[in-house]
Design a protein around this ligand. Structure first.
Ligand SMILES: C[S@@+](CC[C@H](N)C(=O)[O-])C[C@H]1O[C@@H](n2cnc3c(N)ncnc32)[C@H](O)[C@@H]1O
Length: 220
């Protein structure tokens, strides 16, 4: 039998984890609160609190200068990554919603990072296909429609520099990715994506049980 070493994540244990992570800064905290106030039915889309400092950590760890994000929403993950960029670094973030991303723009301006973030409003696949074909991306974060992940992956991998990183969120999709009775919808789409990633010899990938599941994949 497979030995499970992770303790069950209780509210108390989650609070403990958050207490031992870098806290959200005032603009990030205000963005979490305002997103819940303005868009209560959609606030769940925002990355989990432990993921914002993790994404910033990964940007710093890799020294990424060119970051692409698929799925902006109200801009928390873009904010955290943009704040971690080195001087001259830039982040391109892709979404289809004018309404949600207008709120993102306000937060980026308040944090003083608007000048290093470019937002493109269009279906992400179109925006990715319009990018230069040569490898120029250091880090990409996938966090949009789950049925698009495989296509986004296929557009990003050739544009990723050797050693570049793809971070994919929601790879467990509340456990549905591993549930064979779920045959349709985003959970099933994530199962297809996860198999695609695991079989891709261009990339070395690890799947982590962070939040709703996070895959880290490095271009070999
Ligand atoms: C889970 S949210 C992103 C959360 C964001 N990373 C954050 O931390 O707040 C997913 C986003 O993907 C966007 N989206 C959905 N389908 C899309 C598509 N085809 N192209 C671009 N963006 C899309 C949605 O509008 C939504 O804002």
């Amino acid at each position: 039998m497979t030995e499970i070493k992770s303790p069950p994540l209780t509210p108390e244990l989650y609070d403990y984890v958050l207490a031992h992570n870098p806290p959200l800064d005032p603009v990030q905290s205000a963005l979490v609160e305002s997103t819940h106030a303005l868009f209560p039915g959609d606030a769940i889309k925002q990355v989990a609190r432990e993921q914002a400092p993790l994404l910033a950590f990964l940007v710093r760890l890799t020294g990424a200068r060119r970051v692409v994000e698929v799925g902006t929403f109200t801009g928390l993950s873009a904010l955290a990554m943009a704040q971690a960029l080195p001087p001259g670094g830039s982040l391109l973030t892709l979404d289809v919603s004018q309404e949600w991303t207008a709120h993102a723009r306000e937060a980026w301006a308040k944090a003083g990072v608007a000048d290093r973030i470019e937002l493109r409003i269009a279906p992400a696949l179109d925006s990715l296909r319009a990018l230069p074909a040569e490898p120029h991306i250091d880090l990409a974060f996938l966090d949009a429609n789950k049925d698009g992940y495989v296509d986004y992956w296929e557009e990003i991998v050739p544009r990723l520099r050797p050693g570049g990183l793809i971070v994919a969120d929601n790879v467990l999709f509340a456990g549905q990715a591993a549930d064979p009775t779920v045959t349709d919808g985003p959970g099933a789409a994530m199962r297809v994506f996860n198999a695609h990633v695991a079989a891709d010899r261009r990339m070395e990938s690890v799947m982590l049980t962070v939040a709703d599941g996070l895959t880290l994949a490095r271009k070999v």
